[in-house]
Design a protein around this ligand. Structure first.
Ligand code: GAR
Length: 217
């Protein structure tokens, strides 16, 4: 049986689209059963419908600071659709600690940096200002702290002297679209093992690739 997944979005939903595309393969171990947006005008909603996925809007704005009130409605929708796993895809609303704890080990997020470096806002600008030569993307389990939690998968890209936040974000986004479906596949097939704060992967070996930057020719 395929695991039932909900994707939560607030914006364009390119990671959502990558997950929907991957899940369309007959042998993918999860199905995208529902896309929920906390914004009625999120571009991703149209993309989800075009991909044949059911969508739901639960506006968070009317709840103001009442996070628990918003989450009660969200949880009811997740229950109604028998959702087993959640993927956050650019979902720009913080959760209460209670909500994250109740979904611990079953809710993934993606962030465009090599966590624990550069959590929070403007991770690309943070990376450029720090002068790192490699950056990337991280899929991790969600815990009460923002952009933190056991790391499931990471992908790295070189950072060039000529990068702007836009060019770096474009390069990292390609990696995001590669690793998010793979991380979901691992979780859905029970290959992800959480040991304390660290996540291990059943059957994994070391990657044979090196990524070194800069390269001077
Ligand atoms: C992605 O780059 C994702 O990593 C980031 O928001 C973007 C959403 O794009 N998430 C965070 O910064 C979480 N802290 P998308 O809507 O096209 O997937």
């Amino acid at each position: 049986m395929k695991r039932r997944v909900a994707i939560l979005i607030s914006g364009r939903g390119s990671n959502m689209s990558a997950l929907i595309r991957a899940a369309a393969a007959p042998d993918f171990p999860a199905e995208i059963s529902l896309v929920i947006s906390n914004k009625a005008d999120a571009l991703g909603l149209e993309r989800a419908r075009a991909g044949g996925v059911k969508t739901l809007v639960i506006e968070s704005k009317p709840f103001g600071k009442d996070r628990a009130g918003f989450e009660a409605v969200l949880q009811a929708a997740l229950d109604q659709h028998d959702i087993e796993l959640i993927c956050l895809g650019g979902f720009m609303r913080l959760f209460t600690a209670e909500f994250t704890k109740s979904w611990y080990g079953r809710m993934l997020n993606i962030h465009p940096s090599l966590l624990p470096s550069f959590p929070g806002l403007d991770p690309h600008g943070q990376a450029l200002r720090a002068g790192v030569k490699l950056s990337g993307a991280t899929v991790h389990f969600v815990i009460p702290e923002t952009d933190a939690g056991p790391i499931v998968m990471q992908g790295a890209v070189p950072v060039s002297d000529h990068d702007t936040a836009d060019t770096l974000s474009e390069r990292i986004l390609e990696v995001e679209h590669r690793i998010y479906p793979e991380a979901l596949r691992l979780l859905a097939t029970g290959k992800v093992l959480i040991e304390g704060d660290v996540c291990k992967t059943a059957g994994s070996g070391p990657s044979e690739n090196f990524l070194i930057a800069p390269v001077v020719r």
